[in-house]
Structures are given as structure tokens and as C-alpha cells.
Design a protein around this ligand. Sequence first.
Ligand SMILES: Nc1nc2c(c(=O)[nH]1)N[C@H]1C(S)=C(S)[C@@H](COP(=O)(O)O)O[C@H]1N2
Ligand SMILES: [Mo]
Length: 196
Amino acid sequence: MDDVTDIYREYGDARLPPGQRETDDVPVLSKSGTPSWTPETWSFDVWGAVDDECTFDIDEFRALPSTTQRQDFHCVTGWSTFDCEFTGVSFPTIAARAGLSDDAVHVMFHALDGYTTDLPLSECLRDEVLFAYELDGEPLPEPHGGPLRVVTPHKYAYKGAKWVDGVEFLTETERGYWERRGYSASANPWEEERYG
Ligand SMILES: Nc1nc2c(c(=O)[nH]1)N[C@H]1C(S)=C(S)[C@@H](COP(=O)(O)O)O[C@H]1N2
Ligand SMILES: [Mo]
């Protein structure tokens, strides 16, 4: 297992970002409850500024090269959970499958509950940004985003879309659900970038 919990060393050497409190559990936080889905109809789509738009069903997605990492999780409302073990497919793996256009600069994640969140492409092309389908060796529980969610240990957790079913590559900046509602677009926990 790769251990990347030291991502905080990039940002000032404090594992617990300023203004955060460590919790033992992983609370559930969703804008509107857990959406339903079925394995038969679920698909993950990659589109926009790419060479090859692609679609994966659930078995195809789980057959992609995967990684398991121990990560910390920081919610903008003030709690952090340490040492979550996520298994999934890295963002760079998906980007390489699709092939990025030269003018791709930004990314929008789309989810089954209508949630969206955005990041600059450069902030996504890191091995720690995972499309995760297991938590602590078990299938990712649905309240936490199963069958598939994004995790972004270098950002507040609203950058990690639960129930993710699509990633869109953009040639211009656009804003996601919370980013349009006053939360920070950059969301660096060590700089306390909570509000935009
Ligand atoms: N699709 C979707 N993803 C989402 C959210 C949401 O409402 N819908 N909430 C975000 C927020 S604000 C946080 S803190 C984390 C919470 O993840 P958890 O419920 O697994 O703790 O999911 C993020 N991803
Ligand atoms: Mo959050």
C-alpha cells in the first residue's frame, strides 16, 4: 500500500490544517441525500477536451489499474478524519486513457445527485486524486459515495464528488455546486481557503 498521508508536508508540515478538529469516524455530509443507482445502468463517462471520449461500465471501471492509499480527509465545516484507506483509479490514469487535448485547462466532476465540483487540471493530475470504490478494504458505503467517489486529500473534501459518474475536461474555468454558492474555488485547507 502506498502511504501518502504526508501530502501535508507540501503545505507547511502540520498534518491537521488550521481551524480543523480531528474526528474518529467519517461523518456523512451530502447536499441532498444518497441517490439510487443500479449496476446495470451505471456508467462513468469522460468527455470534453479529450482525444477519445470514453465510457466505462462498473466492471470495466474496476478492471482499470488501481492503487490503495492512506489519506486524510478535511471537511470545510471543520472536521478532519485521518488515515482513510481508499482504493481506486488515479486521475492521471483516467486522463491518459482519454488523452488530453492541448487546450484542456480545467475539470468539472459530475455526480448522480446533480452535484458538481471543479478544479484546475494541474490540481487533478496528481496520483493522490483517486476515483475510489473501496474504503478500508470494503466496498465504498453508499452514503460515502458508493459505488464511486473522488478523493482530493490536498483540498477540502467538497472537491471530492461522491457518486461521481462523469468527468468533463474544459478549455475554460467553470464553477461547481458549492463554488457557485460562495465556497472557495481553490480550497487549500492549509491556507484556510474556505470561502471564495
Ligand atoms: N455528489 C456529492 N458529492 C459530495 C457532496 C455532495 O453533497 N454530493 N458533499 C461534499 C462535501 S461538502 C463533503 S465534506 C464530502 C463528504 O463526504 P462524506 O459524506 O463521505 O464524509 O463529500 C463531498 N462530495
Ligand atoms: Mo464538506
